[in-house]
Design a protein around this ligand. Structure first.
Ligand SMILES: Cc1cc2nc3c(=O)[nH]c(=O)nc-3n(C[C@H](O)[C@H](O)[C@H](O)COP(=O)(O)OP(=O)(O)OC[C@H]3O[C@@H](n4cnc5c(N)ncnc54)[C@H](O)[C@@H]3O)c2cc1C
Ligand SMILES: NC(=O)c1ccc[n+]([C@@H]2O[C@H](COP(=O)([O-])OP(=O)(O)OC[C@H]3O[C@@H](n4cnc5c(N)ncnc54)[C@H](O)[C@@H]3O)[C@@H](O)[C@H]2O)c1
Length: 443
């Protein structure tokens, strides 16, 4: 049987793009279908626009800090409309860069929603295409809990395109998205109410990090309601009224409600049932080589049940292409993947939390913790603390957790060193750069 393509990729996000380009570099004839914008969630509605908004918000804090350094007092004004225009111009440029990279590699881009017709046939805009191998890389979408009136809540997708900045914003969910948006919106001058149903924000992070970030958010004026969720939501005129339940049970009135309660795979329009692809908890079930139960169909990124992070989707895409079209079988090592929350303060983490290490090694673990004021902040009246915590066992570093300026940039190199089995003694013998925040990791 001959097929039109060696590989058909569904979804041009980080996972699909990296797989398509790598497979093409091995000489495969590749097509990629995209129903929205090339670049996927990351470029269009995720990492990149989010981080640009974080930077936009930072200028408010820096303008304040500048006065402590002797700059004269002026009140800078922020224009949301102007920022959106400038940001969208940059996202457009990025999309073009990704498109021309596909073209350079000879990958054919098909604009439209793809669905399975049979095991080797995909339809896009009523046209049918056959392929020997198929990669599903359709990513995820925001999910909303079943709460009366939840249709009045927006998701992170809409937050990027709001007509105007909210005056009072409530956020349901204290995970990555809830914490990042609460912080950046506060930075832009919005009154923010952050609700999470657990005892603290950032479930899964080390408890010290969770508590430190929360205290700092509160210090910056965010109302943080833990053990609290929404029972009922109603639109009243231009406002949204939220009946809270849990530790807080009052009626909260805001103009915008962001639902940030998690993301699920985006599988509903693919016709997966017609070909019998097995699922695992609403995601596509795959083995260590990203292969589904059908041996010629693979899946990578947020539509599988692994880590919902851009570098992970990219790595899975590359590993798939290497395994199927390259020279060696490649599986991803999910151990020690660093991640960071772009809140103010920033939080970054790699490896085990203290409680995870305790569960595994009991009282034999040892933690080291240091808190300090970064040099940049020492002239300020508002003392912003940074925090570094090591979790070790028999001197081997099991986890590093950082809160404060540049935490995300600092942790990257240490994650690599940990993968190489770094011990605390080795770190203490190394020579750091001074003055810096990262030097605080060295003894
Ligand atoms: C607000 C937000 C902020 C984030 N910030 C970060 C961050 O700072 N760092 C980080 O590592 N991760 C971050 N993430 C997560 C990151 O965006 C995802 O993990 C990553 O984009 C997953 O890549 P993917 O290729 O699996 O899917 P996606 O990027 O979602 O791409 C999937 C693509 O498939 C397309 N598609 C879907 N169905 C079809 C179909 N039937 N036919 C054709 N095309 C289809 C979609 O339109 C989309 O373009 C963030 C996510 C969000 C929502
Ligand atoms: N900086 C980054 O790397 C980054 C940034 C954004 C998103 N992401 C990725 O996207 C994924 C999705 O982000 P997210 O923040 O939507 O999900 P999340 O899983 O990180 O957090 C969702 C939070 O909502 C809470 N929740 C669920 N239902 C609730 C309810 N009814 N009431 C109150 N709280 C409720 C959950 O307990 C959880 O704490 C993340 O897991 C992450 O992998 C990464």
């Amino acid at each position: 049987m001959t097929y039109r393509y060696d590989l058909f990729v569904i979804g041009a996000g980080p996972g699909g793009l990296s797989a398509a380009k790598k497979a093409a570099s091995y000489g495969a004839k590749v097509a990629i279908a995209e129903s929205a914008h090339v670049g996927g969630t990351c470029v269009n509605l995720g990492c990149i626009p989010k981080k640009l908004m974080v930077y936009a918000a930072d200028f408010a804090e820096f303008a304040h800090l500048a006065q402590e350094y002797g700059w004269s007092q002026e009140t800078p004004k922020f224009s949301w409309q102007q920022f959106k225009q400038i940001r969208d111009r940059e996202l457009d440029r990025l999309r073009h860069v990704y498109q021309s990279k596909l073209k350079d590699k000879g990958v054919e881009l098909l604009q439209g929603a793809a669905a399975f017709v049979d095991e080797h046939t995909i339809s896009v805009n009523d046209q049918k295409f056959t392929a020997d191998k198929i990669l599903i890389a359709v990513g995820g979408k925001a999910t909303k809990p079943n709460i009366s009136g939840i249709e009045h809540a927006v998701t992170s997708d809409e937050m990027f395109h709001l007509e105007k900045l909210p005056k009072r914003l409530a956020i349901l969910g204290g995970g990555y998205i809830g914490v990042e948006f609460s912080s950046l919106m506060r930075g832009l001058g919005v009154e923010v109410f952050l609700m999470n149903r657990e005892c603290c924000i950032l479930e899964g992070f080390d408890d010290t990090v969770r508590n430190t970030v929360r205290n700092e958010l509160v210090d910056r004026g965010i109302h943080s309601y833990c053990n609290t969720t929404a029972e009922k939501i109603e639109r009243v005129g231009d406002n949204i009224q939220i009946q809270l339940t849990g530790d807080r049970s009052d009626l909260l009135t805001v103009d915008t409600l962001l639902c940030a309660t998690g993301r699920i795979p985006n599988l509903e329009h693919l016709n997966l049932d017609t070909i019998g692809i097995e699922q695992d908890n609403k995601a596509i079930a795959v083995d260590e080589f990203s292969r589904t139960n059908l041996p010629h169909i693979y899946a990578v990124g947020d539509c599988t049940n692994r880590k919902q992070l851009t570098p992970v989707a990219r790595a899975e895409g590359r590993a798939f292409a290497e395994t199927v079209f390259g020279k060696s079988q490649m599986a991803i090592d999910y151990h020690l993947i660093p991640s960071g929350v772009c809140s103010r303060p920033e939080a970054a983490t790699v490896g085990m939390t203290e409680s995870e290490a305790q569960e595994k090694f009991g009282d034999r673990i040892k933690c080291y913790q240091t808190e300090f004021t970064p040099l940049l902040r020492t002239l300020s009246q508002e003392k912003r603390q940074s925090l570094i915590k090591f979790v070790t066992h028999d001197d081997r570093i099991l986890g590093i957790h950082i809160v404060g300026d540049d935490a995300i940039e600092i942790i990257q190199g240490f994650a690599l060193a940990m993968q190489k089995g770094l011990t605390k003694a080795e770190l203490d013998h190394a020579i750091a750069i001074h003055p810096s925040s990262a030097e605080e990791l060295f003894s």
